[in-house]
Design a protein around this ligand. Structure first.
Ligand SMILES: [Zn+2]
Length: 1005
């Protein structure tokens, strides 16, 4: 027969758009609307409900950026609608293409009970089904006029991202406020036609099913009277019933749909708005669960649950009921969906401790999956942490965003640095905002790389980023795809149910070893330097506060500040969210973060000071104690202890014959030329030069940095094509402190001051940048005379290796990568480390010299960027960094020097030396936490790991009387399947695999 396919497909589109969808609401009547604009920040619900609103009309502008407006809508259901289903349609001025990025609302009854949230894809409130007619309607809407930051022309600089700069221009225009009759039959017809039309478009044109669907759609369209859609919709549906009833093929892909709303804990909105976003979404989802018996919704991020509990008790009550019914499900077990590249070892562990504990304490629920759909890459230390938290699975889809290489599996075992393997699933639907469109479902089935051996995948389903969640339309579409010929089969399930199926069908999945590197968003390791420094500093201070408070508690009865530490940890963990620590939020978020980190620092320093004073003996004796919080002995002061220690003598400084200065401490001789560059760093013990011949280290380099998109997130590889070496110095002079050299440079509108010193064989570089550049990338380069195929950078509880070359596209794509406290390069017998107190981004490249055929391996740390979206003033102002070059460093030296730089000694008045609470007799074992148990029992918890990638045997000695010891998980729960070491003479013997992490819990009498 003749091919009329395009004709029928185009007919379907036009009739749906212009006749059938408009007929869903065949009659409507306007509501009366009044509004009260809250003068500043959001007000309590009772205040909004009782305020005196003024009339406002549809079409009127409303909503200054970040404002809150309380609308009151009133009306009467027309008596002639008796027996019909009636809904309020409340359109605040939505653009339906931007769910989560616009104005939003939460609808309340007059008594303050929440009804549901309003967003661009969810504008209805059910009034009655059926109504009697004559009912009085009164609803209140707490509307947030959040401005659109990511617009149709994305990534343009905007001042809307901070209340302080956003102005007061109304952002929205009230669009529709009606009562309307809802024709369910027409609505069902719309869903039928959408499902079949979208499925049809995905099917092969040479297959019979496509044509069967086409003919059925045509018959349905023929059955509709376009002048009486409501009267003929049932007849049209009858024409579709047959093709909707044919079952899926036995080999069809199986999709576990999980109701979801990805809610960024802050991003293009401040933290306080997320509190409300979560309440809106949770209100919608509890309402949807009541309407749809098969639907299941999962919500991650314990912090967001805690916000509902604290700020919206009415919503919380509904959530608790739905959780107890098993249908509103906690997903994952982390405090937030954090970044996983940058958080330090303990912080990454505590994400799980606090997340899992919240779900356990509130609901008795313990999940076995980590739920991180949107995180920008996954450090290779993570599998062991997930396992140590009592979990065993990971879900993310983000690696599908990689620019170059397609990941070879969707379901696989992910092996971390210590050999721990985690069952991992990447949803092949390639989104965490699945909307049950036929194209998405077909893509998931086609894209799934494990076909033939596995059949199940997961689809997080619902509007997300800014929340919203699943809609009734998505539920209705899923119901039709439960068992439908030509489609993957869709069923609502919890993440745990999906993982159980996936594991059962795939007993020997393939293995991926090492980090899950995201080939995108590499600049998130550098953007918003102050947020990153706040994180690193807070992590170090938390370690110190726990260590000294625990030591003082055991020794002196000092009151261990359980509640303060719990609260501060949660604050620091929140700020590791995957748009805060990565620096990809609006200015408001980063401005607040800087203040929050300052408060965290002040409070932790207070705890540390109090604990150290309690330990220090006579503080008026004139004696000076040195407290060493690092995990290794330093200048004779034991790790985790305090001792009287002399101040080290300053290093010798002399003028260099060719200009510049020489710093020499007998271990390391550094030559700084008259440009302020390090032209030589000679390891005197090894008699070996560190700097590549003819090159200079401590070289600042500046690149243009204007990525193709995602300004704060991305640095594109072409940035390297253009570089300016900052070799002109304003001043190179002896510094103020003895044995130091000061270098000052000006460039562009910026200025850098560096102070270089040499101490204990280490070149210390303090860099202060007054940064006023735009779209530039500042790096600090160290061209090293080292021949190595790979280098190590510290990650959680160990380090990972990356190639120094670019043989494959996978290696080439890692042109910017993450380190924690160190990067280390070595040839057999000799290595060099660069340690840092706050930077994370770095790159390593190699060249071979024509002169001597030696290899120059250049390590560059990333200092600052200046993207203009979403914060147009990113990183403008004063920054301070500390780095140290450690020639001759073994991997163990790199580990130790990293800790030393991040945990400087504290000199405190006192005369009582403090013996460590815990001593380890092998430096390969690093203690990352000494604390009192979170349960208030007074037990001492010690966490440590093997840090060099080898094996370690050691004795762990306690400086207190331990009455028992248990091996525990991260939540400090004894592990049933692991024998506790036998204590003998106040110590226990331990034997660790490479990078193995162990938590011991010592009870005290
Ligand atoms: Zn996100």
């Amino acid at each position: 027969m003749h091919d009329d396919r395009a004709l029928v497909e185009n007919r379907l589109k036009r009739v749906l758009d212009e006749r059938i969808r408009p007929a869903v609401y065949p009659a409507s009547t306007p509501l009366d609307v009044a509004v009260w604009h809250a003068p500043g920040e959001p007000v309590p619900v009772t205040e909004g409900l009782t305020a005196s609103p003024a009339p406002i009309a549809v079409g009127d502008a409303w909503g200054a950026p970040w404002g809150t407006s309380w609308f009151t809508v009133t009306g009467t259901v027309p008596v002639e609608w008796a027996g019909r289903t009636v809904e309020a349609i409340l359109d605040l001025g939505f653009d339906e293409n931007m769910p989560g990025f616009q104005c939003e609302g939460l609808v309340y009854r007059p008594d303050g009970g929440p009804v549901k949230g309003l967003n661009p894809r969810n504008q209805w409130v059910r009034i009655g089904a059926p109504v009697e007619g004559g009912e009085e309607v009164r609803l209140h809407i707490e509307a947030a006029s959040n401005p659109v930051i990511l617009d149709y022309h994305p990534f343009l600089p905007t001042k809307l991202g901070d209340r302080e700069t956003a102005g007061s221009e109304p952002q929205y225009r009230l669009a529709r406020m009606d009562l309307a009759v809802f024709d369910e039959t027409v609505w069902q017809l719309v869903i039928d036609l959408e499902v079949l039309g979208e499925l049809m478009a995905e099917l092969p044109v040479d297959g019979a099913r496509r044509w069967e669907l086409l003919r059925a759609v045509e018959r349905a369209l023929d059955a509709i009277d376009l002048q009486d859609v409501n009267g003929t919709a049932a007849a049209a549906r009858a024409e579709l019933a047959g093709v909707l009833a044919t079952p899926a093929a036995p080999s069809a892909h199986r999709i576990s749909a999980v109701g979801h709303a990805h809610i960024d804990s802050a991003w293009l909105w401040p933290l306080r708005e997320t509190v409300r976003k979560v309440a809106r979404t949770a209100s919608n989802m509890t309402a949807l669960l009541e309407d749809e018996p098969e639907f299941v919704f999962a919500m991650s991020q314990a912090q967001q649950w805690a916000w509902i509990k604290e700020h919206r008790p009415e919503v919380w009550a509904r959530v608790v009921k739905a959780v107890n019914d098993g249908r509103f499900v906690p997903a994952g077990g982390m405090w937030v969906e954090s970044d996983t590249n940058m958080p330090g070892s303990e912080a990454m562990a505590r994400q799980f401790v606090h997340g899992k504990r919240f779900f356990l304490e509130e609901f008795g629920v313990e999940n076995e999956e980590a739920w991180l759909p949107d995180t920008f890459g996954f450090a290779a230390g993570l599998p062991q942490i997930i396992k140590a938290a009592g979990s065993k699975r990971l879900l993310t889809q983000k690696i599908s965003w990689s620019q170059v290489n397609k990941f070879p599996h969707h379901t696989f075992l992910w092996e971390g640095i210590d050999g721990t393997r985690i069952f991992t699933h990447f949803p092949p639907v390639d989104t965490y905002n699945c909307s049950m469109k036929g194209g998405e479902i077909a893509h998931a089935a086609r894209n799934f790389k494990d076909k033939g051996v596995a059949r199940h995948s997961l689809a997080p389903t619902g509007w997300g980023d800014g929340g919203g969640g699943t809609t009734r339309e998505m539920v209705a579409k899923a119901a039709r795809m439960r068992d439908l010929e030509g489609s993957a089969a869709v069923v609502w399930e919890t993440p745990a149910e999906f993982f159980a199926r996936a594991e059962a069908e795939y007993p020997a999945p393939p293995v991926w070893v090492g980090e899950l590197y995201l080939e995108l968003h590499r600049a998130t390791l550098t953007s918003q330097a102050k947020t990153k420094q706040g994180n690193r500093r807070s992590e170090s201070l938390l370690r110190e506060a726990e260590l000294w408070a625990a030591t003082a508690a055991v020794r002196t009865g000092f009151a261990y500040p359980h509640e303060r530490l719990d609260r501060i940890w949660k604050t620091v963990l929140l700020h590791q969210f995957h748009d805060i620590l990565p620096g990809s939020s609006i200015a408001w978020v980063h401005r607040e973060a800087e203040k929050t980190y300052a408060a965290v620092s002040a409070e932790l320093n207070e705890i540390i000071d109090d604990a150290q004073r309690a330990l220090a003996g006579d503080t008026t004796s004139g004696g000076r104690l040195v407290f060493n919080a690092a995990p290794h002995t330093r200048n004779g002061v034991p790790a985790g202890g305090a001792a009287m220690a002399p101040t080290p003598a300053p290093t010798g400084l002399r003028a260099r014959d060719e200009g510049g200065y020489v710093l020499d401490d007998g271990l390391l001789r550094v030559e700084i030329d008259d440009r302020g560059l390090v032209v030589s760093a000679c390891d005197l013990r090894a008699g070996r030069e560190t700097v590549a011949p003819g090159q200079a280290a401590n070289l600042l380099q500046i690149h243009p940095d204007f990525p193709n998109m995602w300004d704060a997130w991305d640095v594109d590889q072409f940035y390297r094509n253009t570089v300016t070496d900052l070799v002109d110095a304003d001043e190179v002079t002896p510094g103020e402190e003895p044995g130091s050299v000061r270098v000052v440079r000006s460039f562009g509108r910026s200025r850098v001051t560096q102070v270089l010193t040499v101490e204990a064989g280490r070149l210390d570089i303090r860099t202060e940048v007054d940064w006023h550049e735009t779209e530039k990338f500042l790096k600090l380069a160290f061209p090293l005379d080292v021949h190595a195929d790979r280098y190590a950078s510290e990650s959680q509880y160990g380090h990972a290796f990356r190639a120094t070359h670019t043989n494959t596209s996978w290696e080439a794509a890692k042109f910017e990568a993450c380190n924690h406290k160190f990067v280390h390069l070595e040839e057999p017998g000799w290595g060099v480390a660069l340690v840092t107190d706050s930077t994370y981004g770095h790159d390593v490249t190699r060249t071979v010299r024509a002169s001597d055929r030696g290899t120059t391996t250049t390590l560059r740390v990333s200092l600052l960027r200046a993207p203009r979206f979403p914060d147009p003033e990113t990183d403008q102002g004063l920054h301070r960094f500390r780095h140290a070059l450690v020639p001759g460093a073994t991997i163990g030296d790199a580990v130790r020097e990293g800790w030393f730089l991040n945990l400087p000694e504290r000199r405190v008045p006192g005369d009582a030396e403090v013996a460590p609470l815990v001593t380890v007799d092998d430096d390969a074992i690093v203690v990352t936490a000494v604390k009192l148990a979170d349960d208030g029992s007074g037990d001492v918890v010690v966490r440590f790991h093997e840090s060099r990638g080898g094996r370690a045997r050691a004795r762990i000695s306690t400086g207190f009387t331990a009455t028992g010891v248990a091996v525990t998980d991260l939540l400090e729960r004894p592990l049933a399947d692991t024998a506790a070491p036998e204590p003998a003479d106040g110590s226990v013997a331990v034997s660790l695999r490479p990078f193995e992490l162990v938590t011991l819990r010592f009870s005290r009498s």
